[in-house]
Design a protein around this ligand. Structure first.
Ligand code: CA
Length: 413
């Protein structure tokens, strides 16, 4: 017996070590001392929004979220507990191929919007609705018409945009949901519904605003732009819209520091746009990495410490970025910020093939192979997330220490 004792003790030690690894990780995470400098005079109704458009596709795939104590939790509860005030959800007209398969990107259709909005309401969170007016990703490089809108005139586009906006808001209203803010198009720098002339873009935006105002005059309308780094281009666009009679309430910008310039430049642009157009301003999308590691075999947008990154790549760096962004927006009288897809983490699966199957089945990655039909190409290779290292939850759905920054903005520590 004695000669085996050594091996029994070694085995026991190994077992304790195995068990204690996750425990010690949790303790380290729980004890992480995040330092947040208080923001003076942060407006009482400052919007701290979280875009979580992909959330339910991830949950269907089996992703679970936790609270800071490591218990499984409804992520809306966790967000509310740290001071998030709004959710932001993108809406695609028809993000499915001719056989009803998801193009991916969270399968963000009207059902997804309604479901997320109901959960937000149950947790006393408000809604920012982001119309892409497209069947899939709309951004400065893509503003494709919905597939059933092909070949129509500008007048017909305006007509459909009005009715699509109205009917979407009516569907939400029938579920007791009224958005706080409605965004008319996503990053429309280079066009909207395949219209690139600013006069035509203005005409479409006016129809969207009219639809929102006729639905409920209390909803604020937002234009969303992303040439943030180029202050003269941004100021010109904002002014031209007003000149053309686009009476938006909010001019909003994306701010990804790897693309969109320094925080000082951002503050300057926001200040100018606000002054020149007598409008509200906010940041509609922003994110920052806490690690340079990738979790899901899908190349991340930020893979190295680029010179443009003004903060550390760490929990503290990510929190400092958020804190300073809120401070910059608040200083110029802006109304809020939205963090982009802070819950978009890796899909379940231990290797590439397993994850690929999950992206294909649930549409919880950037794109499925079915997006080939949408793009009119032979193949699209399925992909996961290109920003899992900019999320505010870790690979296993535990909140990062940096998520606490929202709660500490007003009091610091
Ligand atoms: Ca990735």
């Amino acid at each position: 017996m004695r000669k085996y004792l050594k091996y029994i003790l070694m085995g026991l030690f190994a077992l304790i070590s195995l068990v204690s690894i996750p425990i010690s990780c949790t303790i380290t995470r729980a004890n992480y001392k995040l330092e947040v400098e208080r923001i003076d005079n942060l407006s009482k109704d400052f919007i701290l929004a979280m875009d979580l458009s992909s959330l339910e596709s991830l949950e269907r795939a089996g992703v679970e979220y936790h609270d800071f104590k490591g218990h499984k939790r409804n992520p809306f509860y966790v967000l509310k507990s740290v001071g998030i005030t709004h959710i932001r959800v993108r809406l695609w007209n028809d993000p499915f191929d001719s056989n009803g398969n998801s193009y991916g990107g969270g399968a963000c259709d009207i059902n997804n919007l309604i479901s997320l909005s109901k959960r937000a309401k149950a947790n006393k969170l408000k809604l920012i609705l982001d119309f892409h007016y497209s069947d899939f990703w709309a951004d400065p490089a893509n503003q494709r018409l919905p597939k059933t809108w092909k070949g129509i005139s500008l007048a017909e586009k305006a007509h459909r945009l009005y009715h699509y906006t109205s009917s979407t808001l009516a569907k939400l209203k029938s579920k007791g949901i009224i958005p706080d803010i409605v965004e008319l198009g996503n990053e429309i720098d280079n066009g909207l519904l395949e219209e690139t002339d600013i006069i035509n873009i203005s005409r479409l935006l006016k129809e969207g605003i009219r639809a929102v105002n006729n639905s409920n005059a209390s909803i604020r309308t937002a234009v969303h732009y992303a040439s943030t780094k180029d202050e003269s281009k941004t100021r010109f666009f904002a002014k031209e819209l007003k000149k053309n009679g686009v009476d938006y309430d909010i001019f909003s910008l994306s701010y990804y520091p790897n693309w969109h310039g320094s925080m000082a430049n951002l503050e300057y642009v926001l200040k100018k746009v606000k002054e020149e157009n007598k409008c509200q301003v906010m940041i509609m999308e922003a994110a920052y990495p806490y690690t340079l590691r990738d979790s899901d075999y899908t190349k991340n947008q930020i893979e190295s410490k680029l010179p443009e990154l003004e903060y550390e790549v760490s929990y503290q760096g990510q929190a400092n970025f958020i804190r300073d962004l809120v401070d910059a927006v608040n200083k110029v009288g802006g109304i809020g910020i939205a963090y982009w897809e802070g819950l978009w983490i890796k899909a379940p699966g231990d290797d590439y093939l397993a994850m690929r199957d999950t992206w294909e089945q649930y549409g919880c990655g950037i794109a499925t192979s079915k997006a080939a039909e949408y793009y009119g190409v032979a193949n699209v290779s399925p992909q996961g997330s290109a920003c899992d290292n900019q999320a505010l939850f870790d690979w296993d759905g535990h909140p990062l220490p940096s998520l606490r920054v929202f709660k500490l903005l007003r009091r610091g520590n």
